[in-house]
Write a protein that binds this ligand. Structure first.
Ligand code: ADP
Ligand code: MG
Length: 369
């Protein structure tokens, strides 16, 4: 084999560092949409409007009515590892916001033409920051923030070639917003493509994020409405409400040291199962996740009633002590690591199994009559 050439060790230029980091966070337009909607939710938005051109490749604009960003902080928002969400390791361990790594805006700005327009709540002036030139100028807008991302991957043509058709990229963008919409019935969402309204999910009830951590009856009703709007009448008609509390179960089993966990949402009846796993939504403390433990637990709850490759449908929400789940596993935060995955598996499996057992017991009683 050829002897490797000795080359000097050098620091990478800043721009290249950001472009490398961007590769981890931004795979396609939908990844940008996810990051920007995360930011809008973290800012307490109640209405989020996404506007796209050419499946998001030419333009992604996300407008919110959240807290806004102060003029003097606008330039900091684009800096790498700059965040308002955590300040210490302790914060990181119990993080309750969607973002915390301070990477997204810097990464997106490195591979696209970006601008932030923002008016901080309580202030009368709005400003626009051009991400490329750093120029800051006054503009007019209502309180809140708009982030505009144009010509994604313009500086990295190799990446741009990996993109699919506009229609496919648009579908991924819509799916990304759909995942957020299912987590937050208390927030209104609208998606426009090429000037046409393609999806709109209206705010359901005035919950102000309450659903993230508690499943009150009002919150569950609002969730049903949102599931109906987003996944359709069939999903709601062919599923049963899950509302399970680990602390209650632990009390009944006289285990007093068991950590409390809550699971709610809806689980499809066995007949609603599909050939594809395209209606399986799982959330941990309000964050959409794809997790082997959760998928396996849900699947095993259907063990006796589903055969072959039939895929159950569900939208399940787990609330647990944030210090018992690590969300800092991957830059996209779609993967999580549980401190005790057995405890999560059991909770989820019980929650779904117990729920399914109710209609099953009812059906058995009906049949016996
Ligand atoms: P992170 O979300 O991990 O903090 P980002 O790069 O996504 O990192 O954003 C950097 C910072 O910019 C955020 O911490 C926040 O203070 C501010 N910011 C970004 N988007 C918004 C928004 N839509 N509304 C208010 N502040 C925002
Ligand atoms: Mg963010």
């Amino acid at each position: 084999p050829p002897t490797p050439l000795r080359r000097p060790i050098r620091d990478l230029p800043d721009e290249l560092i950001s472009q490398i980091a961007a590769g981890e966070v931004v795979e396609r337009p939908a990844s940008v949409v996810r990051e920007l909607v995360d930011n809008a939710l973290d800012a307490g938005a109640t209405q989020i409007t996404v506007r796209l051109l050419a499946g998001g490749v030419r333009l992604i604009s996300v407008e919110d009515d959240g807290l806004g960003i102060l003029r003097e902080e606008l330039p900091i928002a684009f800096r790498r590892h700059a965040t308002s969400k955590i300040g210490s390791l302790q914060d990181l361990e119990s993080v309750a916001t969607m973002g915390f790594r301070g990477e997204a805006l810097a990464a997106i700005n490195a591979i696209a033409d970006c601008a932030i327009l923002s008016r901080a709540h309580g202030l009368s002036e709005a400003f626009l920051l051009d991400g490329r030139t750093g120029e800051l100028r006054p503009v007019a807008r209502s309180p809140g923030t708009t982030v505009e991302v144009k010509e994604l991957f313009y500086s990295t043509p190799a990446r741009r070639k990996f993109l699919k058709t506009d229609a496919t990229e648009l579908a991924h963008c819509i799916e990304s917003v759909r995942r957020h919409a299912l987590a937050r019935p208390d927030v209104g969402f609208a998606i426009w493509h090429e000037g046409r309204l393609v999806e709109q999910w209206r705010k359901c009830g005035a919950l102000t994020g309450g659903l993230l951590f508690d499943a009150t009856p009002e919150a569950l009703d609002a969730l049903d409405q949102r599931l109906y709007d987003v996944l359709g009448a069939d999903f709601v008609a062919n599923s049963v409400r899950v509302n399970w509390s680990g602390s209650k179960a632990a009390q009944m089993a006289r285990l007093d040291a068991a950590p409390s966990m809550r699971v709610w949402g809806r689980a499809g009846i066995p007949d609603a199962a599909r050939s594809r796993a395209d209606q399986q939504f799982a959330y941990v403390n309000g964050r959409f996740v794809r997790d082997k433990v959760i998928t396996h637990a849900a699947r095993s709850a259907y063990e006796d009633v589903l055969h072959g490759n039939r895929q159950p449908v569900y939208a399940l929400y787990l609330a647990m002590d944030p210090t018992r789940v690590d969300v800092n596993v991957h830059p996209t935060k779609i993967e999580v690591r549980f401190r005790d995955s057995r405890e999560v598996h059991q909770a989820l499996r019980h929650a779904v199994e117990d729920t399914l057992a109710v209609p099953r017991a009812q059906a058995a009683a009906d049949a016996a009559e």
